[in-house]
Write a protein that binds this ligand. Sequence first.
Ligand code: GDD
Ligand code: MG
Length: 352
Amino acid sequence: MKAILLAGGKGTRLRPLTLHTPKPVVPIFDRAFLHYQIDLLKQVPEIDEVILSLNYQPRRIEEVFGDGTGTGVRLRYVVEPAPLGTGGAIRYAAQGATGTIVVFNGDVMTSVDVNAVVRLHRQRQAKATIVLTPVDNPTAYGLVETEADGRVRRFLEKPNPDEITCNTINAGIYVLEPDTFDRIPKDVSYSIERAYFPSLIERQEMFVAYVDRGYWIDIGTPEKYVQVHRDMFDGKFAGGVFATADPGKPVVSPDARIEDGVELHAPCFIDAGAHVKSGARIGPYTVLGRSVIVEESANLEDTIVWPNTRIGQSAIVHGPIIGRNCHIGRNAVMKSASVIGDKTLLTDYTTL
Ligand code: GDD
Ligand code: MG
């Protein structure tokens, strides 16, 4: 069985972070996002190949995973000649495949039991099975109505507020039969949400829902990107480093250097190569990426700092996400949930 990870979107809502780092490989703590999805797929013994469906900045994604050694799965890259939309991308990536396919949107963090979803798909002899998750506000998602027997009655992508009839949405995880793909036109953009799913309902094909009430989040906006870190710090999702580390204590790489006289307040995370100098305060919900330098007496909390950035002496940084290779000057003050792109230089004493 093959798995396709849809990893070709531009990640516009995460700009400027995604200008040089495509969304599928934005760091979540110390690992590129897709590692978490690959971990989940490894729990399905039948999956013998993971296909990354790429379009935007494919080389940058290939650089992260290389030939797949280190992921523990057989990995293949398929790069579309042009963006084909979610449906077109699936057909393009699935060329030659005959068996059942598992598909993930490349930006959902979840603990769903994929084996159970595949089992349901087989039991119901479905053409397509879709994972649903309950959310408070479905307008940013695909609203999915179901029948009492679990079949999908209606799929409505990005509903208006007055069109909301239930709270279950498309979680972006599907099990599909490729013999349904011939309806997807070749070489033009085609949406699985707006065209393929409605076509299954129209044709009365077996299209069933698996409702999951476990952890689920789409990391595609700055708010959600921060939220997933908070949730892992709070023990709501135990992937990656928190599969073993205790978020109740500061989590510090053995290859980080923390000088005497530094205050560390849990939950916080400090990656390898980071250097935190004397008198600095690393407050709760702070993430310091690889080789970040925090100068003397800087004060951080609620902040995510990407690799190779330097925070100047006595700077006060509460709330932002800061990209790679930035320099935040000494005594600078940042007190908002701003999103700072790579290589930003903030002059000493700047207040944001
Ligand atoms: N290869 C490829 N080509 N991938 C694409 C393309 C494309 O042309 N367009 C989008 N993708 C990938 C994105 O990278 C992302 O991983 C996934 O497809 C979904 O696209 P998003 O842009 O993140 O869509 P969304 O979040 O607005 O909505 C989708 O996800 C929701 C759940 O998070 C829909 O599937 C909704 O129905 C769903 O509720
Ligand atoms: Mg998304």
